[in-house]
Design a protein around this ligand. Sequence first.
Ligand code: FAD
Length: 475
Amino acid sequence: MSDDRPILLWLRRGDLRLADQPALSAAAATGAPIIPVFFRDSSVDRLGAAARWRLERALDALAQSLARHELPLILRSGAPEAALATLALETGARALYLCRHTDGDPVAFDSLKERLPEVRVFDGNRLFHPAEIRNASGGPFRVFTAMWRAMRGADIAPPAPVPPRLRSPEQHPSSERLADWKLGAGVRHGGSVLARHCEAGEEAAQARLAEFLEDDLRGYETGRDRLADDACSRLSPFLANGEIGIRQCWHAGLRARDMGNPGAEPFLRQLMWREFAAHLLWHAPELDKRCWRPEWEAFPWSTDETRSEIRAWKRGRTGVALVDAAMREMMVTGVMQNRARMVVASYLSKHLMADWRIGLRWFEAHLVDWDAANNALGWQWVAGCGPDASPFFRVFNPDTQAKKFDPDGVYRRRWLAEGTLVPEPTALEYFEAAPRAWTLSPSDPEPAPVVGLKEGREAALAGWHAFRNQGSAEL
Ligand SMILES: Cc1cc2nc3c(=O)[nH]c(=O)nc-3n(C[C@H](O)[C@H](O)[C@H](O)COP(=O)(O)OP(=O)(O)OC[C@H]3O[C@@H](n4cnc5c(N)ncnc54)[C@H](O)[C@@H]3O)c2cc1C
């Protein structure tokens, strides 16, 4: 006897695709009608302005893909557990399917199981569940290389294609309208600038992966550090929203490696960094709030966000060209090249001796690819207080970094306008995107350095020596 009761498919940020989507594949395989539903809950409202803006585009693209299968995406507001129970009653649903997330708000599974006939959870948004892998001593991994060596050969299930048939229910439950949620409101006029640099949705993600494999993977190992080259995959916003599955990216890397592509191994390593970050956050859920090495809580970082140097860092007006260019790239595009992230994070937490959490929160507000684990690990790694971190005394010199990774100044010219006769259009876009209250203009004089690079480095190292002499840190 066929069972026409629908399956509720609960989708969250990280799940927004049809291919390599294990909960969707399993629901489709039952032959039951499917009701995909997304909730605007507190986790959505807590997202930074740029990530929330980007989420709106991901949801819009997903709704269009589902519509091609005659499935409407149901949007509801409120705490999901209670709302799902209501929806199950309304629709006579037989089950709830969802993907497992390893970060974000925990799901009240007990309450869901009490209220729904069946609840099934599927893995697939990470290569490994952080609780299920262990280092040689049986504990969580603390060192990236150890995790890489142990897990690089692991058997990862291949990605499933878009299910050939998605059955639509006879009746659709009511839905709120995405436009009414105004998810992009927080970025204000910056949204129109971000939109010029942003593609969203599964189709765009698939095209990006294909283009990267074809054009850039071969030169990825060195290209990924060259600031002006755009030689990285630029998959991070798609991965953050789940518009592409991690297993698909992993298997694409493996295939390229088997075909002898020299960029494949370094690419797979970066995907493993994403796993390492998720693993650390799972085992240390306060990774974005507290120093992973607790003795570093006593480090003399400044927490005074009103300092003019910190304001200058946020506004891309420190007078250090590479730092300012990178901060502007983020304001205009919502992303920043990885090396540039390391340079600006080092400058803030070392040259300016500002608490890394100030930078972490600024990134959280401005990145469209914001990922709780990657961001926390990135900041703690650079600041020196994290697991497997770069030692504090390794202070990036932005000028040396610029000479090495932007030798012709192409990246800096792309993002800096002051003092230039004919600024590039991207450099001018910064003034469109930046808050009006900052009253910045491309004809402003070039900013003088807020701190000399030598002076800032020496002050940071003096702080570090004093801290070390207190004997509190293992340095
Ligand atoms: C201070 C700081 C903050 C960061 N904040 C974020 C963040 O909020 N969101 C985010 O996705 N990444 C973050 N990163 C990591 C990294 O900078 C970005 O993932 C990368 O720049 C994205 O570009 P891509 O997709 O072209 O990367 P590629 O070089 O093409 O790498 C492919 C994928 O591997 C993963 N990856 C690459 N590098 C890292 C890394 N160091 N750590 C973890 N995963 C990695 C990402 O998912 C990335 O999309 C941060 C790094 C630092 C130093």
